[in-house]
Design a protein around this ligand. Sequence first.
Ligand code: SF4
Length: 446
Amino acid sequence: MHTKSQARSESDIQTVSVLTLGCSKNIVDSETLMGGISKHNLALCDAPEDADALIINTCGFIEQAKEESINTILDATRLKSAGTIKKLIVAGCLSDRYGEDLRREIPEVDHYFGTMAFDEILKVLTPDFKYDLLGDRVLTTPAHFAYLKISEGCDNPCSFCAIPLMRGGHKSRPIEEIEAEVRTLVGQGVKEFVVVAQDLTYFGLDLYGKRVLADLLRRISDIDGVRWIRLMYAYPAKFPRDILPVIAERSNICNYLDMPLQHVSTDVLKSMRRGITRRATEELIDHIRSAVPDIHLRTTFICGYPAEQTQHFDELCEFVAKTAFERLGVFQYSQEDNTVAHLLGDSVSVEEKERRCQALMEIQREISLAKNEQKIGSRLEVVIDEQRGGEYQGRSEFDAPEVDNEVFVRSAGHLSPGDFVTIEVTDASEYDLFGDLVASEAHLPA
Ligand code: SF4
């Protein structure tokens, strides 16, 4: 293994650290880049201080994410000035969107690359560039789950969103390529696949002339060793309803769907250019819940969009209380350059946006507690993510990594990350469940 002390000259990069900011799509991009780095006989290391070269894969989605990216870059320039790292590379969404400004303002960075230029990064890391990025990944998630990116970009016209400006239009991956990736990852020990894209529901329209998410799900579900498939980021307008019987029928597709609604007032939805009304949204939710009775719906809402008057926000609160989503997240509106909504200004104060976010989450807190308490006494299948103190932390099929509930498991025997166990739920809080082990596949002694 290469160590930092073995580094010989300015051009001799032997160790590389990749720092990922932002969403799960960025994680997949970084993992693919890390796969390419390994193939070129460069060593990967976690700590930037131990690396000859540091790559920061940035996020430029909203104001908060941009600030985090810039602060991380500035911290890294200090490492470079101190001679700790030799090469500093900034890639990803922020670099794509503000590359020119960044080059001018932070010239200490050696190279800036956009989201579509990750192949080029390898060329500046090594004079022995041999392979393009082929999709071999170095997973950075726990070994038993992986994000599966099925497409890139987005064709939807949402007024507030800068993602299509950075990632371009929708580009589906061929089904065979995705299947091959799943088989490879299963071979590496992955059991849970979190299927991600900017918009899952559009999958296939560009490549096959029709929406074929249902076909893709069947094909992945048929692969031996795929234990859980979970769907994240489904755009509600023109939702492909043919995926619902597939979710209902297939035991290895989680009864879980993340469908960001962003708002519910028809006036606000129209201004947001979401292609759907309140009535159609409600009809869709009713349909999903009747087609997959046990489904746990996750959604997100934006608070403080410029067209959101007090009565629109009140309507949103009433809708959230009535609909009782199982999982919910909120974002403060962020006015983004070059988006359609930018022209509307940013009339809601930060304090008011924060107040609205907290008010929505307060409604959700009670809903979530009531739904969790209903689970006390029931049995749940849980995947173990890690050991924490004397307990094990895991998730049920209704919980995505990072964003949803955690399930804490008491077990007399030893459990390992990736074990699927059955528990009896004994207690519940707003966002967590607690339970005792009933059965474990692993049956390992204490
Ligand atoms: S569907 Fe999502 S990624 Fe696409 S434009 Fe709308 S908010 Fe942005």
